[in-house]
Design a protein around this ligand. Sequence first.
Ligand code: COA
Length: 371
Amino acid sequence: MALSGSGLFTPAQSITNEELVASFNEFVRRHNAAHAQAIETGTMQPLSPSSTEFVMKASGIGNRYVLDKAGILDPDIMCPRLPERGNDQISILAEMAVAAARDALKAADRKPDDIDGVLVAASNMQRAYPAMAIEVQEALGIEGFAFDMNVACSSATFGLQAAADMVAAGNARAILVCNPEVCSGHLNFRDRDSHFIFGDVATAFVVERADKTDGANAWEIISTKLKTKFSNNIRNNFGFLNRTAPEGIGKPDKLFVQEGRKVFKEVVPMVAEMLVAHLAENGVAASDLKRLWLHQANINMNDLIARKVLGRDPMPGEAPNILAEYANTSSAGSVIAFHKYSEDLKAGDTGLLCSFGAGYSAGSVILKKLH
Ligand code: COA
């Protein structure tokens, strides 16, 4: 099996840390001024400001692309404003996925006629049904089947394994996997601990038989390994049953919430052990790895994981990070790193694609460059 081409859609608008922190701090100033009396009498704690120094140091994030900058930065709104579209118009998620998919099809030198299945594998679906994947399939004119899947930040690697298995079983000649992520839609921009974390983007890639690939940057899928372990430390309680408990509607737990410290402590060893074991099972030595395309959530986490896998500090460019420009883009992060930093490698070179996130979930994919 092979990952025969990848694609990327990057929104036109972006927000720097300086802009985001200025908006957050204005919200804090207004909030504290409005509650000055309660704060004075000690019945309410004042909100604390955010800082660009903290954001960069704690996460490595310097900027994020978004679909709607104005709504996010307005201290009265602090949420993207994405007007509803009629049912006769393509949905936002499908539109982003299609843009990335066209890029991926071109890279794989494939036409819609060559594809038998579409997966939209992402952290958040825009609606319950019909599946976003079927809308993407329709927009691209692909025959066959399509379905959505959600494994949070690990959706892309889980989608890759699902696609490779279906192609290997003979159920499809080629599968298009799309990862549209409108992370700004589930991010609480009023939460100091996490307001800086996410950005919006879409990635896509084609999976097909290795002996059938024409893509200039095609990679053989040597092996995939997936793991899940239940945890409440990254959670979002938004869902279709919310209306049955109106007292909870609009509460912070209906957006992304996490125990960042716990996630850091628990996920780093889980992922590092999994990657080391996966490489050993496949007879791949750390010294054979030309590149690590790690999940992009936090620079310090990535540096630690890379160090544990390689047994030394990664050299510049060996474990590329796109956090400074894109922030955490959930399932799309490691695919962006792959998309931007894989073409320069040579036929026969080996690399490791890895995701981790809510669930907990983790995915490891060993790739070898075909041509
Ligand atoms: N600006 C300034 N200071 C802030 C701040 C902000 N926006 N947010 C928190 N702080 C402060 C805290 O109040 C705390 O202060 P204290 O030491 O006086 O109590 C201090 O900074 C440290 O906070 P903490 O939350 O422990 O920071 P951290 O170093 O753990 O970094 C994360 C926070 C979220 C960046 C980090 O934990 C992380 O990335 N974890 C993994 C998350 C992850 O990968 N999630 C996956 C999502 S898919």
